[in-house]
Design a protein around this ligand. Structure first.
Ligand SMILES: [Zn+2]
Ligand SMILES: [Zn+2]
Length: 368
């Protein structure tokens, strides 16, 4: 593992001498470290998008899915080129077409961003019908409680019950653990007499989620968006879900969910693992210079990461200049043992090198 050192450029001429160390991660979704739910890489991704989400009062969310038979066709979504083209087309429909100097014309939403997921999480339709979370919790409270604690013990594996569509979702951790978890949920369903139909398994299923600055939409408008997307993506039976989040905890949760890794095992599709290398997964459009419209707990932590991700000094907000060469992780260990570092957030540390500080100049005038 590597680290890279950055130095405050002291743009504001305050005499700031802060140095920062950043841990460099590989960022691969199938990396056992980086791909974990709420890993440092996940926290960085989440924090970079949070300032956008904080500018919207209700968070509209479109999830697009290709029916099974399209998923492995190279021209649709089974190559880097096709994915890039699909992203372009989706943004053109939702944001409007680029028309030279006039900017984007038409479209449905002033601003938004999108990100692809590569594999479906395991999920089960509970009885295949709408259920209410409270209804689920009361009669099955005990069994459900056991399931939740089993998930908690496995550390970092999230379980989400979506009462709107009557489903249970969980992060697919890949490897042997995914079978253990599938078994646990199946047992839970059986003990409660629930019919749990598998909804998706480990099959390549590229599905972009688009976050838009929007709330309730009339069904006719959703229908029109769906038609336009289907036409643009040359997929008449494209699946499009629209929903929106009204409260801050829901928006935070959704953003965590959107930024998580889904390609948890390279073996699931070695060809696509190579194809998505260097693929620009996040696309955004519109103006995002507005003020935040909501606050939430833990915001200071996320914003600290976001600021560091933009290479701003944690002390004076000047630009940080990063060294060209990465260094061995052992240097960080060394600095830590010498008591020179202070942990910041998201895999960043502040370092104070002795003698580096520009202490107030000594009085060198002749004492006479
Ligand atoms: Zn990694
Ligand atoms: Zn500084």
């Amino acid at each position: 593992q590597l680290i890279v050192k950055g130095q405050c450029t002291d743009d504001h001429k305050l005499g700031c001498t802060t140095s920062v160390i950043k841990i460099v991660y590989c960022g691969r979704e199938w990396c056992p470290t980086c791909g974990q739910p709420w890993s440092v890489v996940h926290q960085r991704k989440f924090s970079r998008l949070l300032p956008k989400v904080r500018q919207i009062a209700t968070m509209g969310q479109l999830v697009l899915e290709f029916p099974d038979r399209y998923r492995k066709i190279r021209g649709w979504a089974y190559s880097k080129l096709a994915l890039r083209r699909a992203s372009d087309r989706i943004v053109s429909v939702l944001a409007g077409k680029r028309m030279g100097r006039k900017g984007r014309v038409g479209g449905y939403f002033q601003r938004g961003f999108m990100r692809w997921h590569w594999f479906g999480d395991y999920s089960g339709l509970v009885g295949g019908k709408e259920i209410n979370l409270d209804e689920l919790r009361v009669p099955y409270a005990e069994a459900f409680g056991q399931l939740l604690s089993a998930f908690a013990e496995m550390g970092g594996v999230d379980l989400v019950v979506n009462p709107n569509i009557g489903t249970i979702f969980w992060n697919n951790p890949g490897g042997q653990l995914s079978e253990v978890i599938a078994q646990l949920v199946a047992d839970f369903a059986r003990s409660c007499g629930l019919h749990l139909g598998p909804y998706s398994s480990i099959k390549y299923n590229p599905h972009p989620t688009v976050v838009v600055d929007s709330g309730f939409l009339p069904p006719a408008k959703i229908g029109a968006i769906k038609r336009d997307l289907a036409r643009a993506l040359l997929c008449p039976d494209l699946i499009v879900h629209y929903s929106y989040r009204k409260t801050e905890p829901e928006m935070i949760h959704s953003l965590k969910y959107i930024t998580r890794a889904t390609f948890r095992d390279e073996q699931w599709d070695g060809y696509m693992a190579k194809q998505i290398h260097g693929f620009r997964n996040i696309r955004s459009w519109g103006k995002w210079a507005g003020p935040p419209v909501w606050e939430s707990e833990g915001m200071a932590f996320y914003l600290a990461i976001e600021k560091l991700e933009r290479s701003r000094c944690p002390d004076c907000d000047s630009q940080l200049r990063w060294d060209r060469k990465a260094m061995s992780f052992h240097y960080l260990r060394q600095y830590q043992s010498m008591g020179l570092t202070t942990p910041l957030a998201g895999g960043y540390f502040k370092v104070k090198f002795p003698g580096h500080g520009r202490d107030p100049p000594e009085d060198l005038s002749c004492p006479g």
